[in-house]
Ligand binder design. Sequence first.
Ligand SMILES: [Zn+2]
Length: 323
Amino acid sequence: MLIKEGIFQFKIPMRFNPLGYTFCYYLSDSKTLIDTGINAKDAYDALEKQLTVLNAKIIDIENIIPTHFHGDHVGLIDLIRQKGNSKLYAHQSLIDKQNKEKAYWKDLSRLSIEEIKEMGGGDITPLFGRFENSIRPPPKPFNIDKIVEDNQILKLENTNLRIFWTPGHAREHICLYDANNRILFSGDHVLPKITSHVAMHTWGERDPLNDYLTSLKKINELSVKIVLPGHEYNFTNLSERVNQLHVHHKSRCNEIKDAITKGEKTIYQISSRVSWDSRPWPEMDFWTKRMAATETFAHLFYLKNKNEVIENKNDGILYYNLA
Ligand SMILES: [Zn+2]
């Protein structure tokens, strides 16, 4: 789909994922691809087909700028690079994240099981085998050609893109702003309807929710005519949407504080009292509960840093109380 002369939106299918597709963007003058879609045959075919309409080929792609390095945004990078000579861009934090991943991945199943216990999810030793099987081999680190920095202006053929480092949903997340056309490529930082997953692991980055809320403020002041997101649909009301997201996290923080008014609780107990967008807690499967718990943990950590809740550890389990 043509967004503006030289800027095209590609829809890359993502089967088996309720989101359905990833949006990628092709800047034809500079032969730049923002995000790639998942690593799957039909995704590759969809990319190729949509390039063909523009008389372009995969081999022509010169620059790949992922908004962040989750599978649905970077899955096709290896295949694209095997064809041609494209340069890959990323924020410095990706390099640090890849180094850390290398160090902890071998312990990931043990860490995950310990984490569930710490969060009050009970003893899942019987699930250990299934757990081990669910852990993929360590991701192959990407070789980055160009490191981009917050506020840097990337000068490409006929376009200047200002980089905004927007950690929260992913540590290395960036948004790209085309000031001339007042376009914001928002990746998964701001989506029109769903709220991005902001989660924290016991072994992971500290206070991602604070990062996320700070990152929202970073882009809120921009003069934007259209937001081009990674999923769902394009939208125009950026500051209204940013405001909704602040409200959403504030009300989730309130729900969490309400859950502990009558005494201390574990992360899983608190999670069971939060109203989730997907489905109610009792209907969630084990894996969705785990995602919900890591999101609750991100909020609790944020509240702890604001001195609104107190954390105690008893017999290896974390408990939270109002401050
Ligand atoms: Zn995504």
